[in-house]
Ligand binder design. Structure first.
Ligand code: ACM
Length: 265
């Protein structure tokens, strides 16, 4: 049994200093073993163009990332946060996952780019990732926001052994609430969606981010859900090992019952 907390807040666009202070303060004060922040939590979301996103990006393992790795290592915590990641001349909509053993820390690059993100970020080349952290006996998988619309994303992560899928998000619709409980149920995994709140009006369109961060249990139920507009931390207890037996009665198992030969590519 362990605890996971999701931090729902409104990053101030372009103010990396203030956003990172908030992120670090939360990390220092939350006791849970896993802490998850929204997508692009350091910078805000609605970049005018790729140049602006470059200016508000940094490299994994540098700058604010060093502080987060130090907190993760010192306090034995798994920390996940969305950021604009620069690798040479490439730019990714990324989630950093800090594991207490620094050599295990990694970034996930968003696979399905939403709306005008395709003009800002590079496409992922490394796909879906799952990492095991022995101290907590947990397999952590990652997706970001719009990835929810593709059942293949959570299925791939579950087939790769995820016990829990962390999903930093900047969601602007409500329809995802219809779908995400099913992603948890059909894969028998926990699914933790850390959404942001607040609004941005930068490109002639106002984006309203609607919170509702949620931790789904592996049976599709909500363990806890946040409000639509408050800065809030929500926390739930999870038992990662309970997701591993994919049977749900004496004769059926959601993985070994699959008939992959009949599925379209
Ligand atoms: C989204 O993918 N930020 C909606």
């Amino acid at each position: 049994m362990m605890k996971i907390s999701l931090v729902q807040f409104s990053p101030e666009f372009g103010n990396i200093k203030s956003n990172s202070k908030k992120i670090l303060d939360y990390c220092n004060n939350i006791e849970s073993e896993i802490i998850v922040f929204p997508e692009l939590a350091f910078s805000g979301y609605d970049f005018r163009n790729r140049e602006e996103a470059f200016d508000l990006s940094f490299e994994f393992g540098k700058e604010y990332m060093i502080d987060l790795q130090n907190i993760s290592t010192k306090n034995n915590k798994i920390i996940c946060v969305g950021f604009s990641e620069r690798i040479d001349d490439k730019l990714y909509n990324s989630a950093a996952v800090f594991l207490p053993k620094e050599e295990l820390s990694f970034t996930y690059h968003k696979v399905h780019l939403f709306f005008k993100e395709r003009f800002i970020f590079n496409e992922s080349e490394k796909g879906f990732l799952v990492k095991y952290y022995e101290d907590y006996d947990i397999n952590v998988g990652l997706m970001i926001c719009y990835d929810w619309r593709f059942p293949e994303a959570s299925r791939t992560l579950a087939l790769k052994g995820a016990d829990i899928i962390l999903c930093p998000s900047n969601l602007v619709t409500n329809v995802w609430h219809i779908s995400t409980p099913s992603r948890a149920l059909e894969n028998k995994v926990y699914l933790a969606i850390a959404n942001r709140i607040g609004n941005e009006n930068r490109n002639g369109t106002e984006l309203l981010f609607n919170g509702g961060s949620v931790i789904h249990s592996y049976n599709g139920s909500d363990l806890i859900k946040a409000s639509v507009d408050l800065e809030q931390t929500i926390t739930a207890e999870i038992s990662p090992e309970k997701t591993r037996d994919k049977s749900f009665n004496d004769f059926n198992n959601i993985f070994s019952d699959r008939r992959a030969g009949f599925y379209a590519k």
